[in-house]
Design a protein around this ligand. Sequence first.
Ligand code: GLN
Length: 486
Amino acid sequence: MELHYLTIAQARELLDRRELSAVELTQAMLARIEASEPRLHAYLTVTADQALAQAAAADKLIAAGQAGSLTGIPAGIKDVICTQGVRTTCASRILENFVPPFDATLVARLKAAGMVMLGKHNMDEFAMGSSTENSAFGPTHNPWDLKAIPGGSSGGSAASVAAGSAFFAVGTDTGGSIRQPASHCGVVGLKPTYGRVSRLGLVAFASSLDQAGPFARSVADLAEVLQVIAGHDPADSTSSPTPVPDYRAALGRGVKGLRLGLPREFFAAGLDPEVEAAVRGAITALEGLGAELVEVSLPHSDYGLAVYYIIAPAECSSNLARFDGVKYGLSLRAERGSLMDMYLDTRSQGFGPEVIRRVMLGTYALSAGYYDAYYGKAGQVRTLIRRDFERAFAQCDAIVSPVAPTPAFDLGQKVDDPVQMYLSDIFTLSCNLAGLPGMSLPCGFSQKGRPIGLQILGPHFAEETLLAIGHAYQGVSDHHAQRPAL
Ligand code: GLN
């Protein structure tokens, strides 16, 4: 039996029946990491000793009959999420040796539920990118095809879950960074509603868009993780007090009578034919299960990319101002240089080229005299995009679409063309602008054997609907059960 590809439910059963110990399971996962990492590079830090200690503690809890839902389940955390005592680099030279003194709220919750943390996952620097090639420590490879990108920015998380070097992972999604890599690696990823999961302890990229969420190999496993990390955090004023429903209970609801909206603008020119065929196949399967299909329109979709690339860099330039050589991480203090020299040296050597590009774009957009023309205007168009979704959700319960316009591209293919790279997120970023929940799940493969994802978007706090649709689809399809030949 391949322990590393068990479902969370299967592992839970073996652990609770004491047929497998958490230490044994963790050892198997560490061996899987050792075997796969030379090819994948999905982890930036592996915390083997700590994981084995957590597993031993989990075994004691299990023996005492006090196991929580994730007790003894090994997982990885994206390296933009703070972990107490474990370095959190954001895949940046500027934070290469930064060790947070506290756990992000979501990490504290996972630990309280018994998670064994295997380590920290690779990503694009500060979560800026769509391919994980912007990591200062080298890219992650796609387990389905080592020549391909895993997607980004949470590429390490998606690749690791696909490769069986983590049972689940938690990443972040500002414009698509959970859904797009989930799609490219053939796993399930969910960006919850803005405010559903606490942002305390996420190193901020764009505060009005960032949201953390889970990766797993099935929708049922995903629900287990969401159940733990969702909920109000008094220490994050943007987290929502809306009560957390029973996500496991939602899994069995089915899709009968649900209206699924197909946005006209997302099935237009530029969509790769293999992606379109796989996505339409999944939609037909859902229709076969009793869902009703309706065409909807999101007329301001064309402006999504432009709006995102004003708002995200503007917020990034402001958030990243804290990395100045004084408070965190790298500090290049010239012997007799001025304070300004320290700022310039630390930031120009600590940040990679894409982060510098974003900071400059954002600083320009926010500069005196331009604020209204750019950030102000982008905020207005953002409202129009949100209203598009409100109108669409008057006609349907969820929206179904592709996640990315093409299957995973080759490593190196788009690194010199930022606009081509930005276009990878054309179908995912309007969800963040509107604060909606969005899920990606496997719905097919390209001729080259690269996974393709289906995106399901819902109204605010409709995570249950997304889970119900996804679980119903996984009951009649087996794309999520395929494993890479790694
Ligand atoms: N690829 C997008 C960007 O580079 C989205 C990243 C994300 O969601 N963190 O900004």
